[in-house]
Design a protein around this ligand. Structure first.
Ligand code: TRP
Length: 359
């Protein structure tokens, strides 16, 4: 076997430039594109997700692009022993996305665990990458470091290859992701290139689509996270949101300004309010004026609760019929399975793994 070493790590700038060109191509001809993206079912989606990836998904769906949304249940156990209440987490994740505007008539939802053919693609793909390449992945390294003393599991080391299978099983060619996922996209492109060299052209290389919204921080001014207690969950009620924002980090200056460099925590709250109101951050800051931190917090609370009110109402309506949510998943899984099985079939043919005469 030849050792695959031809992996020039694309720079962020290259990926960003490709992403910008992609927007124009999608607008011109949405039918040429298929979006695949996903989330780990590890907790409630929050405002960072809404203004980042969720808004992108809904926009692409409305532009007429076919959207596949994966619930990455096998990725939950990359860095933990117990998956927790998966049925509850999966239903909650679906409800968050349906309430945000993803329409099951246009968007296919599915779980890893329901699509065996997807998971089988991981085996040939693993043969196309080296252990050294897997160990170099900066996102995996950061995740391993965040796990502290916990030894790196084989699943954490190889999950970027699993992500390549997620994307390629359904022929996804546009992947809306955050910057941290770019190394995984690059690995997927490498796998496509090597598969083509070895077995012939079957896959086309997907592109990352980077969100344009500025990154929101949590209410403590740190990275917003599902499990950090600093995120406004879409499904929270208005009082919970108000209480979280009352505890938000600010500073002692009376006049509210939008200065991300000098006043990051205040600027983040201003940005949050502005995104919710569809305003310029400067205009939002000016409207609060000299009412200080308390004035800012109440303005942001009002903006957030108002913006989320229709979503929360829809979510409550959908949650009243859990059977319907599971039906959405079942229909999506049937469709994803049919497509992944056809892909696996072509892969096995290309690899010479056909042992019976085809009738
Ligand atoms: N790892 C991604 C995240 O945590 C979720 C994910 C799984 C994904 N499979 C994917 C994203 C395939 C894009 C494409 O956000």
């Amino acid at each position: 076997m030849t050792t695959p070493t031809d992996s020039p790590a694309d720079s962020f700038a290259t990926a960003a430039a490709r992403s910008a060109g992609l927007e124009a191509a999608i607008a011109a001809d949405p039918a040429r594109f298929r979006v695949l993206t996903g989330d780990r079912p590890t907790g409630p989606l929050h405002l960072g997700h809404l203004f980042g990836t969720l808004a992108n998904r809904v926009r692409l769906q409305r532009a007429g692009v076919e959207v596949f949304v994966l619930v990455a249940d096998y990725q939950v156990i990359t860095d933990r022993d117990a998956a927790g209440d998966l049925p509850g987490a999966v239903t909650g994740l679906l409800l968050d996305q349906l309430a945000a505007g993803l329409d099951p008539a246009a968007t296919t939802f599915f779980c890893h665990s329901a699509v065996p053919a997807l998971n089988q693609l991981v085996l040939p793909f693993l043969s196309l990458v080296t252990v050294a390449e897997l160990e170099r992945n900066p996102t995996v390294k950061a995740e391993a470091a965040a796990a502290g003393d916990r030894p790196l599991s084989g699943l954490l080391l190889t999950y970027p290859v699993h992500q390549a299978a997620d994307i390629l099983s359904c022929g996804g060619n546009v992947v809306p992701v955050g910057r941290d996922q770019l190394p995984h996209l690059e690995l997927t492109r490498t796998i496509v290139r090597r598969f083509t060299q070895r077995y012939g052209p079957l896959f086309s290389a997907p592109d990352a689509l980077l969100g344009s919204a500025p990154t929101l921080l949590g209410t403590d001014g740190q990275k917003m996270g599902k499990s950090r207690g600093n995120a406004i969950a879409l499904r929270d009620d208005e009082d919970t949101t108000a209480a979280l924002l009352r505890r938000a980090v600010t500073d002692a200056e009376r006049t509210i300004t939008y200065e991300p460099g000098r006043r990051p925590a205040v600027a983040n709250l201003v940005l949050l309010g502005a995104l919710c109101r569809g305003e310029d951050p400067q205009a939002f800051a000016d409207a609060v004026g000299s009412r200080g931190a308390a004035g800012l917090k109440s303005a942001v609370t009002e903006a957030v609760n108002e913006h989320l009110r229709p979503l929360r109402r829809r979510r409550a309506e959908l949650a009243a019929d859990p059977g319907a949510v599971l039906d959405v998943l079942r229909a999506g899984e049937e469709r994803a399975t049919a497509i992944a099985e056809a892909t696996l079939d072509r892969v096995r043919t290309a690899m010479g793994m056909r042992y019976r005469a085809v009738a």
